[in-house]
Design a protein around this ligand. Structure first.
Ligand code: NAD
Ligand code: USQ
Length: 404
């Protein structure tokens, strides 16, 4: 039912920045499958981080060139490829002028909180890469493509864990008898999460000042690996991070269960976050593109489907392991982060549902299939990469070689 044409018969053109990454690759294939005209823009810096830190995806992944060639041979559909850094404005200008996007989906940031807390240079890189990259995208839209809708990946972590309900972007406050609807307070807890706050402020300002149309998708933690399109061929397989720097909670726990490593609950384990299946990431992005923000509108959606604490995730994986005959243990790891470990958490997430999101909730069958997938690749697991190696308290100015 999604309208993929812009009024004329020309298909909608979507630039996917970060289209070689975990969320971006699945999204680029899905949009291409749905007959959007897709261009991937990526600097491949994520693959460089793996080389520099001695990490690797659990699943074997093909080069971006082979991925796109395979997609073309299977479906006849072309995905354009622009390799470059969006912090390089000349490069971004060329891609904008040649592709003329109707929408830009911006996944192209350094997205690991632990990476941003390794040392000063990684903290500076993260904020420079993310904030300047996004600023460049805003300037490119203003200069070359005013109609273009920016769909920007933000994070639920922008809000932190306040002791009141979290709203979707804005909160109405009455103060000394006057009432206003204001941006929801931000309390991010890593240099990475803070980069998203800075992005949100820059985007909100340019919506007001220049009439940019933007949707900030405050996404929760993503889990899962398979989507309809990446399932079509092994060369289309998505990346799956499990290491202590890039791996995220539920994905890590499944790998840990598969190799017989105790589940690494940090601190008390009461840390509660919003989570979603990667199949819902692509659905949400498609819904945002199909229903664009208005000119001058800074629209904010909370993009997750369910809330879990770390302890709840550990017990779900323990139960799923038992069904497969695996005895899963849990260990309490001294928390390498500075965060609340027992707290109130109740975040609204209704706007995407109102647009038509049909959530894939975390079910026994998904956990079974995710566990089976991690078991399939368990010989590729480097057990040394599982324990966390980055401390929020110990970050310093001295360059750190994590592998040392
Ligand atoms: P990822 O690291 O797998 O992918 C990001 C991609 O962007 C990589 O391919 C990388 O090479 C590219 N990139 C980074 N900086 C770039 C630059 N300056 N120019 C061009 N390309 C650049 O990350 P992901 O897990 O797919 O996350 C995508 C987005 O979604 C990020 O913005 C992240 O903050 C957000 N997000 C992710 C999750 C999650 O659980 N994975 C949750 C919430 C939000
Ligand atoms: N945690 C554990 N054990 C682990 C890994 C994590 O207890 O082995 C805990 C963390 O301390 C934290 C929670 O689980 O309290 C989530 O950690 P995470 O690493 O899964 O997620 P996070 O660092 O928040 O980052 C991820 C993505 C990031 C995205 C964010 C969404 O890497 O790009 O922005 O999820 S959110 O959490 O909603 O901010």
């Amino acid at each position: 039912s999604h309208q993929t044409s812009t009024g004329s018969s020309r298909p909608k053109r979507v630039m996917v920045i970060g289209g070689d990454g975990y969320c971006g690759w699945a999204t680029a294939l899905h949009l291409s499958n749905k007959n959007y005209e897709v261009a991937i823009v990526d600097s491949l810096v994520r693959r460089l981080f793996d080389h520099q830190l001695g990490l690797d995806s659990l699943t074997p992944i093909s080069s971006i060139h082979n991925r796109i060639r395979r997609w073309k041979s299977l479906t006849g559909k072309t995905i354009q490829l622009h390799i470059g850094d969006i912090c390089d404005f000349e490069f971004l200008t060329e891609t904008f002028k040649s592709f003329e996007p109707d929408a830009v989906v911006h996944f192209g940031e350094q997205r690991s909180a632990p990476y941003s807390m390794i040392d000063r240079s990684r903290a500076v890189f993260t904020q420079n890469n993310n904030v300047i990259g996004t600023l460049n995208v805003l300037f490119a839209i203003k200069e070359f493509r005013e109609e273009c809708h920016l769909v920007k990946l933000g994070t639920m972590g922008e809000y932190g864990t306040p002791n009141i309900d979290i709203e979707e972007g804005y909160i109405t406050i009455t103060h000394n008898g006057r009432t206003d609807t204001l941006p929801y307070p931000k309390q991010a807890s890593s240099f990475y999460h803070l980069s998203k706050v800075h992005d949100s402020n820059n985007i909100a300002f340019t919506c007001k000042a220049w009439g940019i149309r933007a949707t900030d998708l405050n996404q929760g933690v993503v889990y899962g690996v398979k989507t309809d399109e990446t399932e079509m061929h092994e060369e289309l397989c998505n990346r799956f991070d499990y290491d202590g720097i890039f791996g995220t909670a539920l994905n890590r726990f499944c790998v840990q269960a598969a190799v017989g490593h105790p589940l690494t609950v940090y601190g008390k384990g009461g840390q509660t976050r919003g989570y979603l299946d990667i199949r819902d990431t692509i659905q949400c992005v498609e819904l945002a593109i199909a229903n664009p923000a208005k000119h001058g509108e800074f629209r904010v959606f909370n993009q997750f489907t369910e809330q879990f604490s770390v302890n709840e995730l550990a017990s779900l994986v323990t139960k799923a392991g038992k069904k497969l005959g695996i005895n899963v243990q849990t260990t309490s790891v001294p928390n390498p982060r500075v965060e609340a470990e027992e707290h109130y958490y109740n975040a609204k997430h209704t706007k995407l549902i109102e647009l038509g999101l049909k959530p894939h909730l975390l079910s026994d069958s998904l956990l079974d299939s995710l566990l089976n997938c991690t078991i399939q690749f368990k010989d590729r697991v480097d057990a040394k990469q599982i324990m966390p190696s980055v401390s929020w308290r110990k970050i310093g100015v001295k360059p750190k070689t994590v592998a040392a």
